[in-house]
Design a protein. Structure first.
Length: 261
C-alpha cells in the first residue's frame, strides 16, 4: 500500500504521498491559509515558476504556455488567472497548483518524463472526466500510461457526501454510460467497492467521488497500483482541513507538485 506522510513547515502540517516521492509536492492543510501558491512554492522548491487557475468546475486542462498566452494582460485579481481546472507542466521546475475545500485535489507525475499535473476534480469536473482529460494531455506530450503515478488528496468522503439521485446519475454516467437513469444507479451499486452508498433520505444517495475518479482512471488501462487515495476526509477532519459543506466558507487548501527533468 502507498503510504502518506505528514511533513512540517514552520510548525504547520502538510501531507505527501510515497507514490509521488520523486517530486516535490504537498497537500497543504488549513493553517497555511491564506498563503498563495507563490508563497507555498517556497516550501517545495523556491526556484520553480508558479502556475494556478481560476477554477470553474469544468474539464479544461491547460499548460503553462497556454496560460501565459491567455494572460498577456497584467493585474493580480481573479481576471489575472486563466479559467480551467487542470494544469499539465511542459518543462522542468514548473509548480502547478489547485485549490479545494471538499473537491478532490489530484496530483499526477510521470516517472520517465518528470512532467506533472494538478487537477481540481469536484463532482462536476468528475462527471466531465477531467482526470482522463489531463491524462490525455500528458500522453499527447509523450507520457506512457504505465509511467504515471496518481495521488488523490483529502476530500469529502463518500459516507458523508449526500447528493441528489440526479447528481449521482450525472457522475455515474462517466463510468456506466446508459440512457436509463435507474440502470446507471443499479450498475453503480453492483460495482465492487461501489462508489454509491445508500442514504436514509428519499431521493438522496451518497457518492464517493474519489472512487469514481479511480474507476475512470482504471478504465483507461492504468493499474490500481499506480493510484493512491488519501485516508482523510475534509468534512470529518476539521483539525486539518476546511470543508465548504461543514463551514459554508470560501476557504481552501492548496495542493501542488513541481516537475523535474
Amino acid at each position: 500500500m502507498h503510504t502518506w506522510h505528514w511533513r512540517n513547515w514552520q510548525g504547520m502540517p502538510y501531507l505527501t504521498c510515497s507514490l509521488l516521492e520523486p517530486w516535490q509536492h504537498g497537500f497543504f492543510t488549513h493553517p497555511f491559509w491564506p498563503r498563495s501558491p507563490q508563497e507555498l512554492t517556497q516550501v517545495l522548491h523556491p526556484e520553480a515558476s508558479v502556475y494556478r487557475l481560476k477554477q470553474v468546475h469544468g474539464n479544461t486542462v491547460l499548460t503553462p504556455q497556454e496560460i501565459d498566452s491567455q494572460l498577456s494582460t497584467g493585474g493580480d485579481d481573479d481576471s489575472a488567472f486563466a479559467s480551467a481546472d487542470g494544469l499539465v507542466s511542459e518543462k522542468p521546475l514548473q509548480a502547478v497548483w489547485v485549490a479545494s475545500a471538499d473537491c478532490t485535489p489530484v496530483l499526477i507525475g510521470d516517472v520517465k518524463t518528470g512532467q506533472v499535473s494538478a487537477i481540481h476534480a469536484g463532482w462536476r469536473g468528475t462527471a466531465k472526466k477531467i482526470v482522463p482529460q489531463a491524462i490525455a494531455r500528458l500522453k499527447a506530450q509523450g507520457s506512457k500510461l504505465e509511467d504515471l503515478r496518481i495521488a488523490m488528496g483529502p476530500a469529502i468522503a463518500g459516507e458523508v457526501y449526500q447528493v441528489s439521485v440526479d447528481v449521482a446519475v450525472e457522475i455515474g454516467y462517466s463510468i456506466v454510460p446508459h440512457e436509463d437513469e435507474q440502470k446507471i444507479i443499479d450498475a453503480l451499486h453492483e460495482i465492487p467497492n461501489s462508489p454509491l452508498l445508500r442514504d436514509p433520505e428519499p431521493g438522496k444517495v451518497r457518492v464517493d467521488v474519489r472512487r469514481v475518479n479511480a474507476l475512470q482512471i482504471e478504465s483507461l488501462g492504468i493499474s490500481g497500483e499506480q493510484i493512491a487515495i488519501a485516508p482523510y476526509c475534509t468534512y470529518q477532519t476539521p483539525e486539518h482541513f476546511f470543508s465548504y459543506r461543514r463551514e459554508q466558507q470560501k476557504k481552501v487548501q492548496w495542493s501542488g507538485i513541481v516537475s523535474f527533468n
